[in-house]
Design a protein around this ligand. Sequence first.
Ligand SMILES: [Fe+2]
Ligand SMILES: [Fe+2]
Length: 214
Amino acid sequence: MINMNLDQSVSINTNDLDWETSPKPNVLRKKLERALAEAGHATSIVQYKAGASFDPHTHPNGEEILVLEGVFSDENGDYGKGTYLRNPPGSTHKPFSNEGCILFVKLNQFSPSDLSRICIDTSNTAWLPGQGNLQVMPLHTFEDEHVALVKWPENEYFQPHTHFGGEEIYVISGEFIDEHGSYPAGTWLRNPHLSKHHPFVKEETIILVKVGHL
Ligand SMILES: [Fe+2]
Ligand SMILES: [Fe+2]
């Protein structure tokens, strides 16, 4: 088990982790959360080398992906950098990557009734005004869970706040900061239910944020 005490805060700069092999040749990964060896709740950075493919598989409790680099593909389409995908519980596919890609992947963490397939090209979707000078791109909402991209302009401070249902962040670009530390691009953060912080940035920063699910 890796980082499966969801009551604990975790912050990992994924650039500091070494790539590990996976059951498939040419597919590498960095493990962030893992309940079981090759099943169940897992959060990872996954790299497909050019030409890599994975066996057809089913996602018993769903699969959520953000394409960080390159082009990810399956029999349903090609997904370039910035694509946000949700493959719902019970869905099946046979993924591959012709040119190679790097993905942020959350496996088997869906509510069983969250059955929508989502595919959003975030590089071609409008930002909406958020609190203060933030810009927000909503990606998914189901019951208490909300997923969005948030763009912070330089020197933006957010109000101190408490995370009801926790908060999970992947820093896509820039550097996210709070009173507990500084989190450069590539950092994954998980803060539990009722955790608090006072975040800010010095440079323009884009984060993937999921709240309400912990
Ligand atoms: Fe999959
Ligand atoms: Fe927060």
